[in-house]
Design a protein around this ligand. Structure first.
Ligand SMILES: Nc1ncnc2c1ncn2[C@@H]1O[C@H](COP(=O)(O)OP(=O)(O)OP(=O)(O)O)[C@@H](O)[C@H]1O
Length: 255
């Protein structure tokens, strides 16, 4: 059997005296949709921050595509194909929608300053491909007509879709979404669910999700990992997790 795309063991993160993440384990196989759930403050975003190099974990191993990456800086993790969104929208708000997608790709383009200055054929090709990818993803997330509008003039739900497009133009192998449904209305959440499913089914993407919307989580996940007060509490299919008494007590019982 092929090895998992992402394998995390014993992940631990201390902030002074606070043990925010305590021995979390996580396995994500290719083309799976895996969700991480848990009550507020359980440590979910801290796990994301450790995985994507925003925090250096205090302990634990993160193996991504067969390579240990714990402690690598964020830009190196991103170049390896692990790309995330944030709990709160983080776009270049003054830039246009399409500029947001072009800037995202520049960090990943195989060009240097000299190639840019002299506009070498390789540079022109990369630029053309970046524009094509931007156009494709704008169409895909239904934002083509807004391509030249400043990002901050988009409605909230559109900004969230632009964030996903901004991840997708970098051609990630693992897309990590931190509460993508937060602030969306039921219609937009339904569209998001469809989009996430299509990213996996049509683009072969692997997706790791933090989400509080249980209907979305239960409806879309292949596997769910539950953490509570920084510790692993349960893991399994949606049906298994839904019936787990510890989970009901710690989390689902609250809603
Ligand atoms: N940079 C930091 N410094 C100190 N404490 C932090 C830091 N980041 C997170 N924490 C603490 O770690 C714990 C876990 O927070 P985290 O944001 O990871 O939880 P979460 O499960 O994502 O919560 P939510 O669902 O509310 O977003 C909290 O007690 C939080 O206050």
């Amino acid at each position: 059997m092929s090895q998992p795309l992402l394998e995390v063991t014993g992940l631990t993160m201390r902030f002074g005296g606070l043990l925010a993440v305590d021995g979390v384990a996580l396995t994500v196989k290719e083309k799976q949709i895996v969700s991480m759930i848990g009550p507020n403050g359980a440590g979910k975003t801290t796990v994301f921050n450790c995985l994507t190099g925003f925090y250096k974990p205090s302990d634990g191993k993160i193996i991504f595509r067969g390579e240990e990456i714990q402690g690598l800086p964020g830009f190196k993790v991103a170049r390896k194909g692990m790309i995330r969104t944030f709990q709160h929208v983080r776009l270049f708000k003054e830039m246009t929608v399409v500029e947001n997608l072009l800037v995202a790709q520049h960090q990943h383009m195989n060009t240097n300053m000299l190639a840019g200055l002299f506009k070498t054929p390789g540079f022109r090709r990369s630029e053309r491909e970046a524009l094509e990818r931007a156009a494709y993803w704008l169409e895909r997330v239904d934002l083509k007509e807004f391509a030249n509008r400043p990002a901050n003039t988009l409605a909230y739900g559109q900004q969230r879709r632009l964030e996903i497009a901004r991840c997708m133009v970098t051609q990630p192998s693992l897309l990590m979404l931190d509460e993508p449904a937060a602030g969306l209305n039921p219609r937009e959440t339904e569209d998001l669910k469809e989009l996430i499913g299509e990213l996996r089914n049509e683009h072969g993407l692997t997706i790791l999700l933090i989400e509080h919307d249980m209907k979305l989580v239960m409806g879309i996940s292949d596997h769910i990992v539950v953490i509570n007060q920084g510790c692993p509490l349960a893991a399994g299919t949606p049906a298994e997790v839904r019936q787990n008494p510890d989970v009901i007590k710690a989390y689902l019982g609250e809603t």
